[in-house]
Design a protein. Sequence first.
Length: 188
Amino acid sequence: MPDMPIKLPDHSEQPRMLLVDDDATFCMVLKMAMEKRGFDVFVAHDLASGIDLAEKAVPEFAVIDLRIGHESGLTLVKRLVELDDHTRIVMLTGFASIATAVEAIKLGAIHYLTKPADADEIVAALHKDGGDESVEIKDKPLSVKRLEWEHLQKILVEHDNNISAAARALGMHRRTLQRKLEKRPVRN
């Protein structure tokens, strides 16, 4: 039987926050900002360390990058929900797509923000309980380049983020798909 996660005793009344992002500078800045806002912040820069921290001290809040090195933060979202389905998780990314946003929410994230997002936006997202019917609906459809990006993300998610399997499904070389995925998505 696997070990049950333990909740470490609080040495303070501050809620625990897990921050996982492979950008060390971003983590340092966001950690300081979140500590000023009353959180006890634990930081990891890779998926394995993030899972380890979460299993040792289940956080009340988590801010998880979608792309952690070459790994998917969606894996961590799933694990956090398995540990405690009350953990409030915000997925943060510079590589936003409709497919990953949908999957993050289905896996248990309460919000999905694109970078750059500041500490106040993140805190607001962590405490948001419902949808926003006033979200702007765009007048123009997505560009062909953005549609391609969305399609690649959808196929990648359908193949559990396995680049080789997604490339086979798309009928393209794995390295070609990797190059396309490493580029930042176009805005529209």
